[in-house]
Design a protein around this ligand. Structure first.
Ligand code: ZN
Length: 244
């Protein structure tokens, strides 16, 4: 079975289209999204529509929750807050209901999916260290959990022969055959922050027991223009070129 896992899309339609083209070439059976479908970018309607069309399994991110009034925005930066307000005003009630109905965690045959952590998904905490990952690795019922939120790809692993030790790798190809448990951040489709502007997505091949981080180029000029034309902060367009 092959899963494609889409991290933080953030209403970036050009990046999503490029990723879906890559996924078609990969021959994927199932598409997952770790949430933050909307926020920051200027194509939330099209993004939601596309995810529904492809039958993706989607969990709720903090920007999705904020758009439907389920999350206090005190800790959002002013740009993020402005984009959330803009998105909430634009979306139809049906789209808002779809966002509101997203679960915090999805469990499939081979993996869990959550936005921040598996252990406390409702807190939308960031996994930025091995310590941050430990409670999720302790509580996972399946060997793999995909997350997003930081927009930086990383695989945090416990190996079968050393279950008491947790390590991590930034490699874009990870052998999972010796992994007892793995918390994997798939990076971001629509707003990468690892100084690589290309859209990122994850690919899990359960037969080969391998995970890959894929990168694809997309029409960044088109998406930046869409953000500027929408009247969203210029900074949200500029950062796309830098991958920050
Ligand atoms: Zn995000």
């Amino acid at each position: 079975m092959r899963y494609a896992i889409l991290g933080d899309i953030h209403s970036n339609l050009s990046a999503l289209e490029a990723v879906l083209e890559g996924i078609r070439a990969d021959g994927v059976d199932k598409i997952l999204s770790v949430g933050d479908v909307v926020g920051y970018g200027a194509a939330p309607i099209e993004t939601i529509q596309m995810l529904r069309e492809i039958g993706a399994t989607v969990v709720k991110g903090n920007h999705d929750a904020a758009c439907v009034g389920e999350l206090d925005m005190t800790y959002f930066n002013p740009y993020a807050r402005e984009a959330v307000d803009w998105t909430a005003a634009l979306l139809s009630q049906a789209d808002l209901d779809w966002l509101s109905a997203l679960p915090l965690v999805a469990t499939l045959e081979h993996c869990h999916v959550s936005h921040g952590t598996f252990s406390k998904p409702e807190r939308f905490d960031y996994v930025q260290s091995i310590e941050d990952a430990e409670p999720s690795l302790d509580e996972m019922r399946l060997p793999i959990c995909f997350v997003g939120h930081t927009h930086v790809p990383v695989s945090i692993l416990r190996l079968t022969d050393q279950p008491e030790r947790t390590g991590y790798t930034l490699d874009s190809e990870v052998d999972l055959s010796d992994a007892r448990s793995a918390l994997i951040n798939v990076g971001s489709v629509g707003q990468p922050r690892d100084e690589d502007w290309r859209a990122a997505y994850g690919l899990l091949d359960t037969d080969a027991q391998r995970f890959f981080v894929r990168r694809v180029e997309y029409d960044i000029d088109c998406e930046a223009a869409r953000i500027r034309e929408a009247g969203l902060p210029n900074m949200l367009a500029d950062r796309l070129f830098l991958g920050v």
